[in-house]
Design a protein around this ligand. Structure first.
Ligand SMILES: C[S@@+](CC[C@H](N)C(=O)[O-])C[C@H]1O[C@@H](n2cnc3c(N)ncnc32)[C@H](O)[C@@H]1O
Length: 278
């Protein structure tokens, strides 16, 4: 279902992902096999996922996260994305896996679910819209009472060295092929050629992204009745107050520079888990 609400969807971003969605494997079978081999990259979610838990993935792309949560954890999953190419692939892989999953072409700013969800994911999506903060408010509204939200965004400090690294290559006249080769050197875990190209485009050639901090987003979510549970910025360790996590944030720039020097992949991305407290 959709409403006539205002959208902050970015059309250039949609055109970019129509050409090749993010995290897109060469074949449906290859994508389904990868799901069978590996569960969610976010084990922090697992304690909150009872069998049949209702999960919504906002900006699900080709469906990586929801496939894993349905296949390995028995969740009932829904994914929305405004890119029909990604939704077609997400649905095809779900069929191949015979999982409890539904995928819809929808703009997150216009989508209105019939009921709220136990777990809402939005991983690497809202920083590609024209108003990330409005997007955060919107996805928070999809979470039921005592439900959870996992939000993934580029980090304002941690992302800078990666962007500067490729911007410097470009200004020295590097070709796209040379930048792809450099990306492959840093992110050597990806093997499938289509897959690595989809990541390279997403990480290096993207037409629009913004960067954020916990210091910025925690108050936005608190105003929506959500409380921070844990964050990747301290490896999901317990913390006393969010301020402890804010104090760590400027240090991610140095960490990202060190990782680049070591030839390690560090794209400057963070995730944070919130729960609805009211
Ligand atoms: C980097 S991809 C992430 C995909 C997926 N969350 C993942 O982690 O594999 C960003 C996704 O956000 C989607 N997206 C961006 N703006 C959107 C909007 N306004 N409504 C729905 N989807 C959107 C894009 O189509 C794209 O699939």
């Amino acid at each position: 279902m959709t409403t006539g609400a205002r959208t902050f969807a970015n059309q250039e971003v949609l055109d970019f992902y129509r050409a090749l969605p993010f995290n897109y494997k060469a074949s449906v079978d290859g994508a389904a096999s990868a799901v069978r081999r590996q569960s969610t990259p976010y084990p922090v979610l697992v304690p909150y996922l009872g069998r049949g838990a209702r999960v919504l993935d906002v900006g699900c792309g080709a469906g990586w996260h929801t496939h894993a949560l349905a296949y390995h954890h028995g969740c009932s999953v829904t994914g929305i994305d405004y890119n029909p190419v990604a939704i077609a692939r997400a649905s095809a892989v779900a069929d191949a896996l015979s999982i409890d999953a539904r995928y819809h072409v929808a703009d997150l700013f216009l989508f209105v679910p019939d009921a709220r969800f136990d777990m809402v994911l939005s991983i690497g999506v809202l920083h590609h819209t024209d108003d990330c903060v409005e997007g955060i408010r919107r996805v928070a509204g999809f979470v039921t009472e005592r439900g959870h939200l996992l939000l993934g965004l580029y980090h304002a400090h941690g992302r800078r060295p990666f962007l500067e690294h490729f911007a410097a290559m470009k200004s020295r006249g590097a070709s796209e092929a040379e930048m792809l080769a450099e990306y492959k050197r840093l992110h050597s875990a990806l093997r499938d050629e289509v897959h690595v190209t989809s990541w390279f485009r997403d990480q290096v050639l993207h037409p629009h992204e913004t960067q954020h901090t916990l210091r910025e987003i925690v108050p936005v979510l608190e105003a929506q009745g959500m409380t921070l549970v844990s964050a990747s910025t301290n490896n999901f360790a317990p913390f006393g107050s969010p301020q402890e996590l804010y104090d760590l944030e400027p240090g991610f720039e140095d960490l990202a520079r060190r990782r680049l020097t070591e030839g390690k992949y560090f794209p400057g991305f963070f995730v944070a888990l919130f729960t609805r407290s009211r």
